[in-house]
Write a protein that binds this ligand. Sequence first.
Ligand SMILES: NC(=O)c1ccc[n+]([C@@H]2O[C@H](COP(=O)([O-])OP(=O)(O)OC[C@H]3O[C@@H](n4cnc5c(N)ncnc54)[C@H](O)[C@@H]3O)[C@@H](O)[C@H]2O)c1
Length: 639
Amino acid sequence: MTGAPVTLMWVKGSGGDLGTLTEDGLAVLRLDRLRALAGVYPGVEREDEMVAAFDHCLYGKGGAAPSIDTAMHGLVDAAHVDHLHPDAGIALACAADGEKLTAECFGDSVVWVPWRRPGFRLGLDIAAVKEAHPRAIGCVLGGHGITAWGDTSEECERRSLHIVRTAEAFLAERGGPEPFGPVVEGFGPLPEAERRERAAALAPYVRGLASQDAPQVGHFTDAEPVLDFLARAEHPRLAALGTSCPDHFLRTKVRPLVLDLPADAPLDRAVARLRELHTAYREEYAAYYARHATEDSPAMRGADPAIVLVPGVGMFSFGRDKQTARVAGEFYVNAIHVMRGAEAVSSYAPIEESEKFRIEYWELEEAKLRRMPRPKPLATRVALVTGAGSGIGRAIAHRLVAEGACVVVADLDAASAETVAAELGGPDRAVAVAMDVTSEEAIGAGLRAALFAFGGVDLVVNNAGISVSKPLLDTTARDWDVQHTIMARGSFLVAREAARVMIAQGLGGDIVYIVSKNAVFAGPNNIAYSATKADQAHQVRLLAAELGEHGIRVNGVNPDGVVRGSGIFAGGWGAQRAATYGIAEEELGAFYAGRTLLKREVLPEHVADAVFALTGGDLAHTTGLHVPVDAGVAAAFLR
Ligand SMILES: NC(=O)c1ccc[n+]([C@@H]2O[C@H](COP(=O)([O-])OP(=O)(O)OC[C@H]3O[C@@H](n4cnc5c(N)ncnc54)[C@H](O)[C@@H]3O)[C@@H](O)[C@H]2O)c1
């Protein structure tokens, strides 16, 4: 407008993730205005007001809300400023004598900046350091991370990498052996198969504990650095000190819960001890809040641990969705590397607990949380859908993911399960598992897949099925057995194993059976299929009666005439039905629609809608119900 040039700064949005950053995730500010704020800065006591002041520096609409570290990027007199949290950098930053070690490692090319909470003052500190040390390429921020600057993006990146690699080499050269102390008898990793089995057995209990205040999705890792840390003598002391970098402890909570039993302790003892430690953890967390909260602190956000460490087995991490749970775990692995580095050359000295509290309950962090979209109705729920590689099951998996659930796509046909899981957006949302519901072993493996991928299971849809339409006299014993083995027996086995996990979690749950109009309606040429559907229908009532005390609701959906997308219809059943009715196979959908009261064709999505209606929260007081999704078939009315 004025024709005068303006220098702009692009900086990551608050709470954004560099790995998935797009232009929308950047904030854009006028640098002259941002720097002019230094002249009106009212001091550390009124630090938070500076974030509102950034609004006066925005260019155009400004893009995303600017990062909490905006001041550091703008005030330092350089065209490019990178701020990073590399393990080796934080190790020096968290070493008890970090300032001395930084000088020994870098001379005067990288300068020490004592710990200060992220914000405007920290930006001014770093700007002053750069001015006072013209030869410096960056700094180590005590307790926190590193910052580098340069004239170009490439120079800045080169300098950042130089700082990281120099710190890594310094730690490797200077570091003493066994920074975590010797291996403690009984705390080493269990052999892999035993370890996985123990992890699967513990997972539902651990998720239940971590979800006491709010339901959580879980992530599990038995990566070598975790198992090594937990095997060694110093891990209880170090874990109790907690993580240091703000990015870490905002995700990991100030400290983890650590099981203090050897790896081979009996399962019931481990579970009982975890319960005791969880109670103590919650008390300690509440005490931490009480020690530091002031009148205007936000309310306590939940006292459950985000990280649970089990020696010999691995680490469970938790979050409001899979990505958050996974990143919490990844950050704890980073924190292990930080502790190792710091202990190798010095001793690990994270920032003070009071400072952690000020960040965890900082109004600006609270604002970040407030900006987050409202959770979807099925957020945090883990679903397993059998036969989800095709037709109705696939539509259900799509709907559940769209409503926020994590889904295990289970199907006999591994390739179609993989395709559907990929359609759903990959491993943070859905995983595929090859599962034959006639095999107890395969069902066990399928549920273990849910436990390892998402920490547990809350919602199971018994949908897998096949259909053979034959008159009584042509129905062989094998026809009968095959249909009953897949549908009646298969759904019984899946429900039993899922209920085991749900009861251990103590978080209630949903089991939905995709039954059929044919469970109620008596038509010709359908003895094996309809009888097994009637069996499934009664399982709904029996299990609703039995599992109610655990908060597990069991309901059914009775579809009819779902031709489009159905493998059952495409695979011969459609041709048989069409022949029975004397019509062309492609007219079957319209034919079924014509028979209904509403004259509408039923699609797989309509069945999925019913599953969501039953599980999305509005029917929380309903169990033992069957919902017809058949566009109205009077002969199949329930009474
Ligand atoms: N299509 C309809 O009109 C209709 C009507 C009423 C009920 N149903 C029921 O809905 C369910 C899904 O039917 P659809 O029409 O989507 O069929 P579909 O063939 O498209 O899907 C069924 C899926 O189940 C899988 N499956 C078969 N045997 C399995 C096993 N042993 N273990 C694991 N997975 C197995 C198949 O591989 C397939 O992916 C079935 O239970 C069916 O009886 C369908």
